[in-house]
Design a protein. Structure first.
Length: 338
């Protein structure tokens, strides 16, 4: 079994949780931590800046089996290094445009390692949840209830601020349909005591993953905040093009995640050709940072015991039922299937 791993971004909000979980669950792992922050007193810290490809040269001769990327890498320097050197790669960081580019590039390469993209909602577990419901469907909708009190990393704030004025795609009948964040209100009845809320278009990698990766013709993601007032205000602001007039710094202040931690709830609804709908709902009482870290560790453990090389989305390396069982084993996580 492989046991020599490097966590780049291992001092961040999610990365530090991943390192902590790994040390508790697999104490025999040899864990290196890559960070722009120097830790000279710890020989297992490597000063790595993913924006500087030369800083990756120190990875050589350390016998690294797998690199887990928890830091933004828009130039794909770590991905390209792993493909070149035959090192397993797990990425939990990429927004949709970067994921599209990275995935399409990786699919053109001769890969001698595991390249796994897990840059989806909460560590990329939506696919496993959907395929646990049914092995075949023509439509997938992801509904997200986001708490303003939850704790989110800077990358989430930066992504929304950077992209709130830019069109993205949802998919209907196999066709890409342009939309923007917080448009197209749709009422959805959430479980776990939330009730019916208006939800709005939102861009996360699942739109791309299921349409291009899994060839699902209808894919949409909708989200709402736990405050109806905030959700409606963002919808109206987008409708009148207010975000186009705001500077990036002001948009970042608007979307700043100042919470200290709260629950996260989302639901996956799939529909087959006959119109039969199935729904699976998940609640994590400790929020998205906890769930993302748990999911990343689950994927990493699977990769450490696997010898199957290729380019994958994270749900493609698991049996769906094993993911559900692992989630249900966590006391913070509840799942309902309808």
């Amino acid at each position: 079994m492989k046991n020599n791993i490097l966590v780049i971004g291992g001092t961040g909000l999610v990365g530090s949780r991943i390192v902590q979980n790994l040390r508790q669950e697999i104490p025999q792992l040899n864990i290196w931590i890559g960070s722009r922050k120097a830790q000279p007193q710890d020989p297992k810290y490597l000063k790595i800046d993913v924006q500087n490809p030369d800083s990756l040269s120190q990875i050589k001769n350390r016998g690294i089996d797998l690199i887990l990327l928890c830091a933004a890498d828009p130039a794909d320097n770590v991905l390209r290094y792993c493909v070149k050197e035959g090192i397993d790669y797990l990425d939990i960081t990429k927004p949709t445009p970067e994921l599209q580019r990275a995935y399409r590039w990786a699919k053109t390469q001769k890969v001698a390692s595991q390249i796994v993209f897990s840059s989806g909602w909460m560590g990329g577990i939506v696919g496993s949840m959907a395929y646990h419901l049914t092995p075949s469907f023509d439509s997938l909708k992801l509904f997200i209830s986001y708490s303003l009190n939850d704790l989110a990393g800077e990358s989430t704030t930066h992504f929304i601020a950077e992209n709130v004025t830019k069109p993205f795609h949802k998919y209907q009948q196999g066709q890409a349909v342009a939309t923007k964040h917080f448009l197209s209100p749709e009422a959805h009845n959430f479980g776990f005591g939330i009730g019916t809320k208006n939800t709005y278009d939102f861009d996360i990698p699942e739109n791309f993953i299921f349409h291009e990766g899994e060839k699902i013709p209808n894919v949409t993601t909708k989200m709402t905040y736990n405050s109806d007032l905030v959700s409606k205000a963002l919808y109206l602001a987008q409708k009148i093009h207010l975000f186009d007039w705001l500077s990036h710094s002001v948009r970042r202040a608007v979307f700043n995640a100042s919470g200290k931690g709260d629950r996260v709830i989302f639901e996956v609804v799939v529909e087959d050709k006959q119109g039969l709908k199935r729904k699976i709902s998940l609640k994590d009482s400790e929020g998205q940072a906890h769930l993302t870290a748990f999911s990343a560790v689950m994927h990493l453990k699977k990769m450490l015991s696997s010898t199957q090389n290729g380019v994958f989305f994270s749900h493609q390396i698991h049996e769906p039922s094993s993911v559900i069982q692992a989630l249900l084993a966590q006391p913070q996580i509840s799942i309902k299937i309808n």
